[in-house]
Design a protein. Structure first.
Length: 262
């Protein structure tokens, strides 16, 4: 089933970036049977990943966190234009005598990778943010009165049972402490369960609770889902899966940008 965040096959949810990577690699593996093909694919992937992830690396974070931002392919995204340029340069050197075959393989792989963009519902990210008040749970366990999530925010929908959610919480905690306009919204769990989890994990960050009131209108089908709510109160971007720091910073900049004209 095609959903705003990707393709859902039963319990498995594949985001659009994951589908792009998967389809492109399958097409390349099927057609690129010539010397230097494997090296070109590796150079493409490494360049695309580093180009996208390196701007978010932070000397103040643990080394392992920075490393995971690069090597954990579930996190963040890919800079495909620099990656393809580096891969094609490698092919120009390593695939001499196989130029036509290499060109066809590149073309088919690019078209296969672009297919998710054609399948993606038009305007799927452009929805209004529900004006639903939610209570805020403080690390102390205090529940504040319900208020709507303000515009100009990056909103992260999460749950304690979700492994990728747990993996990105330290990053979100650090950026929230630095003043990033990020709102956590827990979905489907009692406040006592949430605060016990945060204390057990030594996380000191606030989160909204009761997010299940939002998910139907937002068509959220997996966790974590991160949404950009612009200054006009519209959801202008969404991402299924954990973030790396570079991607989070890009989403924050998008949320703080000027609201689009009605």
């Amino acid at each position: 089933m095609i959903v705003p965040d990707g393709l859902r096959l039963g319990p498995l949810a594949l985001s659009w970036p994951s589908l792009t990577l998967l389809l492109g690699l399958v097409a390349w593996a099927a057609l690129a049977r010539f010397p230097g093909a494997g090296r070109a694919a590796l150079i493409t992937l490494i360049t695309a990943r580093l180009w996208a992830a390196v701007p978010g690396l932070d000397a103040g974070r643990p080394l392992l966190d920075n490393a995971l931002d690069v090597v954990d392919v579930r996190r963040g995204d890919w800079a495909w234009l620099p990656g393809l340029a580096a891969g094609m340069l490698s092919l120009a050197v390593g695939a001499r005598g196989h130029g036509q075959v290499a060109a066809r393989a590149v073309l088919v792989a690019v078209l296969a990778g672009a297919l998710p963009g054609l399948l993606r519902p038009a305007g799927g990210g452009e929805t209004g943010w529900p004006d639903t008040p939610l209570r805020t749970l403080r690390p102390s366990g205090q529940l504040e009165p319900a208020t709507p999530v303000p515009p100009g925010r990056v909103v992260n929908l999460w749950a304690t049972w979700c492994g990728p959610c747990r993996a990105e919480l330290p990053l979100l905690e650090r950026e929230i402490a630095r003043g990033a306009p990020v709102e956590l919204v827990n979905v489907g769990e009692a406040p006592a369960v949430v605060v016990a989890f945060l204390r057990r994990e030594n996380l000191v960050l606030p989160t909204r609770v009761g997010g299940e009131a939002l998910t139907p209108a937002l068509k959220v089908t997996g966790f974590p889902t991160t949404l950009v709510v612009d200054a006009g109160g519209r959801v202008t971007a969404r991402h299924l899966g954990p973030l790396n720091r570079a991607q989070l910073l890009r989403l924050v900049r998008a949320a703080q940008g000027p609201a689009a004209s009605p």
